[in-house]
Design a binder for this molecule. Sequence first.
Ligand code: DGL
Length: 266
Amino acid sequence: MADVLAAPIGVMDSGVGGLSVLSEIARLLPNESLLYVADCGHVPYGEKSPEYIRERCRRIAEFFQEQGAKALVLACNTATVAAAADLREHYPDWPLVGMEPAVKPAAAATRSGVVGVLATTGTLQSAKFAALLDRFATDVRVVTQPCPGLVERIEAGDLDSPLLRQLLQGYVEPLLAAGCDTIILGCTHYPFLRRLLGEMVPDSVTIIDTGAAVARQLQRLLGERELLAAGPALPTAFWTSADPEHLRNILPLLWKKSGAVQSFTR
Ligand code: DGL
């Protein structure tokens, strides 16, 4: 039993965005050993077909299974809408945590009655997102804004260039013009733009992301199954399907620490 408890947790994203979720998991569950796969060779998922994303997620899930991971976290909204159901069917007994834009808390928080969602095209076009709106956004107006180009800037380690500012401004303005007082960050890359976003929106606008809620959901799932580790955690291990050197270089910016990065070749 002790071995199962000490087993690592696999966390994945199309790239570095999931590091925003990984940080929340590490903060809430410091005894857990974490593995992270950044599928940087195939980013952005937001512009790819659901079939393509499902296939990538299958390969990464298979890898985590081989590593003995006791749980899987899809630290990616786009991967969750495309692949969570498929993975749950394929691995019915494996605890899996996915994520979705925080429509429910945003609908509860808004005072103006208008909520904005920044997310990828893939997430916003999905049936799962439409169902989320039907369920939780019947009494509010939701303005959606796909954000092509943002993920690529963040993947390059750019959190504050004139080009990035211009792109982000172009995506935020329509939300403010529509009267949004609550903005959902519906992509795990975007929390890295919180500071910049804070400069672009009035203080009265609430910005909501889901990283901390995902960490709590993971804690709940592991707790229910008596799978929480007693520690100590091993150092977090990273893999990328693009150049390991690039991830190594931007880890200190996004993860605030350095880490061992290996190549993911599947
Ligand atoms: N970070 C991902 C998300 O949460 C997707 C980014 C992308 O690859 O397009 O949706």
